[in-house]
Design a protein around this ligand. Structure first.
Ligand code: MG
Length: 169
């Protein structure tokens, strides 16, 4: 059993994580269109992480004896001005998700749900890592500017990113 407010906050966050997956899939399509295979691979890891974030909460709601009810996922943007512009959008989105996770933690605190607070702590730490990872690539893109050969070198570097399934909770 879980407080109704807590359950509905989790369901809302599941939707946000699935939207993140959808947005990053759209950004992957943008990179593939530019023939930036490494950037696309980097996004692939991001997509799988967002799916894992959603499923972590999905499983937690079930574990607490509540039913998961899904809602519509918003249509993501499909084009950006440049890879730099796309990464600015990713960072802004992660900052938004961080604020949503903080809101979720606030609901857990308001409803005095200690178990949910412990569970949400993992996501609070994960957001620090997300913002740092995205910020790192963004800083490199800012340095690169219009240098095409530097962009292709970064593309090669990003192609090495590998998904490691997170242990959530
Ligand atoms: Mg996420």
């Amino acid at each position: 059993m879980m407080n109704e407010k807590m359950t509905s906050a989790f369901l809302d966050q599941i939707n946000k994580e699935l939207y993140s997956e959808y947005l990053y899939l759209s950004i992957k399509a943008y990179f593939l269109d530019l023939n930036l295979q490494g950037f696309a691979t980097w996004m692939d890891v991001q997509i799988q992480e967002e799916h894992a974030h959603a499923m972590g909460m999905f499983n937690y709601v079930v574990e607490r004896g509540e039913k998961v009810v899904l809602s519509a996922i918003d249509k993501p943007e499909s084009s950006w001005k440049s890879p730099l512009d796309a990464f600015k959008a990713i960072l802004a989105h992660e900052q938004f998700v961080t604020s949503k996770i903080n809101d979720l933690a606030q609901v857990a605190q308001d409803t005095n749900d200690r178990a949910a607070m412990l569970f949400i702590n993992w996501y609070i730490k994960e957001q620090v890592e997300e913002e740092s990872n995205v910020g790192g690539v963004l800083a490199q893109l800012e340095m690169i500017g219009d240098d095409k050969s530097a962009l292709f070198a970064l593309d090669k570097e990003l192609s090495t990113r590998v998904f490691v399934a997170p242990v959530i909770g």
